[in-house]
Ligand binder design. Structure first.
Ligand code: SAH
Ligand code: DHB
Ligand code: MG
Length: 222
């Protein structure tokens, strides 16, 4: 199986069940034009996140890693008018592009972008008692996934869903000797989950336009 096949099957699925969406397409186009890396979730993954949020009736969502706001738009669209998505981004240029994309999507009233390094913002969110969140999407720097998961548990309640992106990394996660700091960050995360009594988790492998990767899903125990 090849990347070409994964991409054409993804196109087929997206044509069938996602469809054309000028606001989301503009978010990707403007992110690319501004020189942001092409690492947003794919359209069918974005819709998957959206459906997960709707399935659990999420009205308070936390995202770590905004980029151009593509996944934030998908998640923000799952909220009712009084729901909130707080999304964290360290890079000013990414935040600037994301704010415009989020405003064009009509979500500026619901999506609250916080500029800064997530490990500095998360303690402020806890101190301000802005949690607990119903859904947390971790998609920032991979070496810090364990830290983000630990903060997520502090900002959660029993039943909170925590989704982590990029937990397969073209299969490199099975290489214990990998010199890739992102791979080692993901491996530490699986080790953490292996002994984590506060949450129950699994991971799913994915292929598509973004290559071979995967996401994990965890539910915080009561
Ligand atoms: N969730 C986005 C993609 C995020 S890419 C989407 O699917 O549309 C990862 C983002 O995390 C990048 O924009 C990067 O700048 C940001 N990031 C990296 N390290 C960070 C940190 N320490 N704190 C906050 N954001 C960070
Ligand atoms: C990378 C980060 C992501 O969030 C992603 O979806 C794909 C790649 C990266 O840092 O390489
Ligand atoms: Mg990602």
């Amino acid at each position: 199986m090849s990347q070409d096949q994964w991409s054409s099957v993804e196109r087929y699925i997206v044509d069938a069940v996602v469809g054309a969406d000028p606001v989301l397409e503009a978010a990707i186009a403007d992110s690319a034009a501004a020189g942001l890396p092409p690492i947003a979730v794919s359209p069918n993954e974005g819709k998957f996140l959206h459906l997960l949020a709707r399935a659990i009736g999420a009205q308070r969502i936390l995202e770590i890693g905004t980029l151009g706001g593509y996944s934030a738009i998908w998640l923000g669209r799952a909220l009712s008018s009084d729901g909130t998505l707080i999304t964290l981004e360290a890079v000013e240029k990414h935040a600037e592009v994301a704010r415009k994309n989020i405003a064009r999507a009509g979500l500026a009233d619901r999506v609250d972008l916080r500029l800064g390094r997530a490990l500095e913002t998360l303690p402020k969110i806890l101190a301000a008692r802005e949690g607990p969140f119903d859904l947390i999407f971790i998609d920032a720097d991979k070496p810090a996934i364990c830290d983000y998961f630990e903060w997520s548990l502090k900002l959660a309640r029993p039943g909170t869903m925590i989704v982590v992106d990029n937990v397969v990394r073209t299969g490199k996660i099975v290489d214990a000797n990998s010199a890739d700091a992102s791979v080692q960050g993901v491996r530490r995360f699986y080790q953490m989950l292996a002994s984590e009594k506060r949450a129950s988790a699994t991971a799913i492998q994915t292929v598509g336009s973004k290559g071979y990767d995967g996401f994990s899903i965890a539910i915080v125990n009561g």
